[in-house]
Each structure stands twice: as structure tokens, then as C-alpha cells.
Design a protein around this ligand. Structure first.
Ligand SMILES: Cc1cc2nc3c(=O)[nH]c(=O)nc-3n(C[C@H](O)[C@H](O)[C@H](O)COP(=O)(O)O)c2cc1C
Length: 177
């Protein structure tokens, strides 16, 4: 892909049972598919992210607070990348009823890594209206998730509205309205 063919935003996701992929598709449709290049991290080198200024990353949590396997696979590669001129918005998928002590933990791990690598993270999202006990994906004062929180196991019917509001928010924060 040449620079002129690239969309202004790239969305990278890892997904074991397709939920994060499906949410990513909805986010892409909401923003406009021509404005978002769409990558599965198991198929595209994560270094491709460096061609973009604005990034969306989707990450589910698995196995009691662990990274999804494809994110796990590229986790150390991320350390070689410089995100200091990148703006990144995260969305996480989890199950607040089944795993209330580990809700969306992997999104928290990714947030902390990206901050360490210099990224500006946008798209923080209020934690009101969710039921969980603990999450590593909360900001310092515990009022916001560090990205969009989606739970298609228990609140599938809320996801479309959440995605629509969050996309408007991040487009504004990306300066791309
Ligand atoms: C075995 C198993 C373990 C899970 N562990 C967690 C967890 O620790 N925290 C959480 O928030 N969600 C957990 N989940 C829920 C998944 O994150 C959720 O199903 C998600 O939508 C999966 O996304 P994917 O299909 O894109 O991989 C778990 C689900 C399964 C089946």
C-alpha cells in the first residue's frame, strides 16, 4: 500500500472467537470504511501501525485477566516501536458477569504499554452502568475506562449505541471530524 492509498486511521485487532473483529467492523462502518484501514494483528505486522498517525486498537481479555493469544504473540515486538507521534484509541471486549474481577484487564495492559512507548491515548470512557468488581483497565481515579468497554456476552444490545457515541468522541479527539 502506498502513502496515498492509506486511510487516515488504522484499526488493529486481535480476536479468538470473532467478537472483537465484529465490533471492529462496526466501528469501521460507523466512522466510514474509506477512512479506516482494517488489520488483524495475526496477519499484519504491528509495525504497519507506524505508517498512521491515528490508530484504533481492539483487545479482548482471556483466561482470568490475560492477553488474547495474538496480542500475546506480538507483545514484545511492540517494545521496538516508537508511538510518540501517535494518537491511539482503545476498545476492549470482556465479560463483566463471568469474569467480574478481571473485567477488560488486557485493555489496561495495552494502555500502560502504549503510554510507556510515548502514545497519546484518547477515547477514555465512563465506567457508569457496568457491573464488575475489579478492572485493570481503569484510569488513576477509577472513574473512566482507558478505552471503550464492550461486553457482547451480557450487553450486546448496548454495544451499537456505545460504539456510535465513542466513534464521535474519538473522531473529535483525533481532530478528524
Ligand atoms: C475462557 C474464557 C475466559 C475469559 N476471561 C475473561 C476475563 O478474564 N476478563 C474479561 O473481561 N472477559 C473474559 N472473557 C470474555 C471474553 O473477553 C469475551 O468473550 C470476548 O468477547 C472475546 O473476544 P474475542 O472473540 O474477540 O476473542 C473470557 C471468555 C472465555 C471464553
Amino acid at each position: 500500500m502506498t502513502d496515498t492509498e492509506r486511510a487516515p486511521i488504522a484499526l488493529f485487532y486481535g480476536s479468538s472467537t470473532c467478537y472483537t473483529e465484529m465490533a471492529g467492523e462496526k466501528i469501521r462502518q460507523q466512522i466510514g470504511s474509506e477512512r479506516v484501514d482494517f488489520f488483524n494483528i495475526s496477519e499484519e505486522p504491528i509495525a504497519t501501525a507506524l505508517y498512521y498517525d491515528c490508530l484504533i486498537m481492539g483487545i479482548p481479555t482471556w483466561d482470568y485477566g490475560e492477553l488474547q493469544e495474538d496480542w500475546e504473540e506480538i507483545w514484545d515486538e511492540l517494545d521496538d516501536l516508537d508511538f510518540s507521534d501517535k494518537t491511539v484509541a482503545l476498545y476492549g471486549m470482556g465479560d463483566q458477569i463471568g469474569y467480574p474481577e478481571w473485567f477488560l484487564d488486557a485493555m489496561g495492559y495495552l494502555y500502560h504499554k502504549l503510554i510507556k512507548l510515548g502514545a497519546t491515548v484518547v477515547g477514555l470512557w465512563p465506567n457508569e452502568g457496568y457491573q464488575f468488581e475489579q478492572s485493570k483497565a481503569l484510569n488513576e481515579d477509577q472513574t473512566l475506562f482507558v478505552g471503550l468497554a464492550l461486553d457482547d456476552e451480557n450487553e450486546f444490545e448496548k454495544s451499537d449505541q456505545r460504539i456510535a457515541s465513542w466513534c464521535a468522541q474519538i473522531l473529535n479527539e483525533f481532530g478528524l471530524e
